[in-house]
Every structure is written in C-alpha cells, then in structure tokens.
Design a protein around this ligand. Sequence first.
Ligand SMILES: Nc1ncnc2c1ncn2[C@@H]1O[C@H](COP(=O)(O)OP(=O)(O)OP(=O)(O)O)[C@@H](O)[C@H]1O
Ligand SMILES: O=C(O)C1=C[C@@H](O)[C@@H](O)[C@H](O)C1
Ligand SMILES: [Mg+2]
Length: 166
Amino acid sequence: MKPIALIGFMGSGKTTVGQALSNELNHTFLDTDRLIESHTKKSIPQLFETYGEAFFREQETETLKNLSSKHLIVIATGGGIVEREENRLLLQEEFLTIFLETQFESIVKRIGEDSSRPLWQQSLKERQLMFDKRQELYRQSASLSISTDGRSVQEVVQQIMLHINL
Ligand SMILES: Nc1ncnc2c1ncn2[C@@H]1O[C@H](COP(=O)(O)OP(=O)(O)OP(=O)(O)O)[C@@H](O)[C@H]1O
Ligand SMILES: O=C(O)C1=C[C@@H](O)[C@@H](O)[C@H](O)C1
Ligand SMILES: [Mg+2]
C-alpha cells in the first residue's frame, strides 16, 4: 500500500489530522516540516532567514523522495510542497494523496498571527493571492479532497476513513 500524504494550505490541519489518522490506522506519523527541522537542526523561520526559501524547498523534495518508498506511514506535508512540479508528480504517483480543502476564512481564524510560519508574515492580500494560486495545485496533486470547514479534527478523520479503501 502507498504511503498516505496530507496536503493543503497552512492551517488546513495536515499535522493535527495526520496525527489522529495515523492513530486510527496504527500507522507511523511523520511531518515533513519536523523532519527537515531535525535534519538541519534549524527551525523553519531560521532556515528561511539564513538559507532562503529555495534551500528549504530542496530539503522538502529530498524528504518527500525518501518517504515515498516507506510503508504504513501517514505524512503531513508543508503547505507549499505543491509549488514544485517534481513534488506534485511524486504526490500523484507514489502516495495516496489527500487534499484537506479549507476556505481562506477558516484558515485565517485558525492561524491568527502565528510567527512560526514565515510565508504567513505578509499582508492579508498577499496571503489570499498565495492561497488562490495554490488551490489548483492541491487539486492536481491529490486523488481525494476532503472539506474541513465546520468539521472537527475527528470528523475530518472519519471522512477520510469513509473514503479510503484499505
Ligand atoms: N478541522 C479543524 N477545525 C478547527 N481547528 C482545526 C482543525 N484542524 C486543525 N485545526 C487547528 O488549526 C491550527 C493549524 O493546524 P495544523 O498545524 O494541523 O495545520 P497544518 O496544515 O499542519 O499547517 P502548516 O502547513 O503550517 O504546517 C491548529 O491550532 C489546529 O488545532
Ligand atoms: O505554505 C508554505 O509555503 C509553508 C508551510 C509550512 O508548513 C512550512 O513548510 C513553511 O512555513 C512553508
Ligand atoms: Mg503542519
């Protein structure tokens, strides 16, 4: 069985839903953001500040490649993983990829003014533009989309369980 990958914008719930889903399935949970931080021994804000976004994206692709051959895992990805075509192809071909579809208004409520997400440190208009641009990329990369608006984390997990045939 292919590894399960959760994709979606920052705050769509990839990390929290991924943890709960992995418990339900008795799979190992891994988060590409946390793997990159432990590999580089730097926080994401430090990586962006010191080495720039391109370096972070290289690390992200390497991490995704390494995870593509693993079994019985659920991975949470970074919100920008779909920016690279190479990653989109990996997500389409090597993972059972699930898009946690979430309206921009819900994202704003969930994240607030969080300084741990460097690309959230922009004007509301720029955040919305980035969100709009990525929606099509998430859809292209996933074989299943689950709406998270108005659903608790457990309800999102239940929806995923209903739609995947394991
Ligand atoms: N379905 C939901 N309903 C309400 N709040 C949620 C839901 N899913 C996640 N949250 C909350 O939203 C916040 C962001 O969730 P989380 O960190 O899991 O998002 P993420 O997709 O992993 O973001 P990032 O791409 O930045 O890593 C957390 O405070 C989490 O508890
Ligand atoms: O949306 C993005 O581009 C990002 C989301 C986070 O998960 C991290 O991967 C990082 O902050 C970049
Ligand atoms: Mg996360």
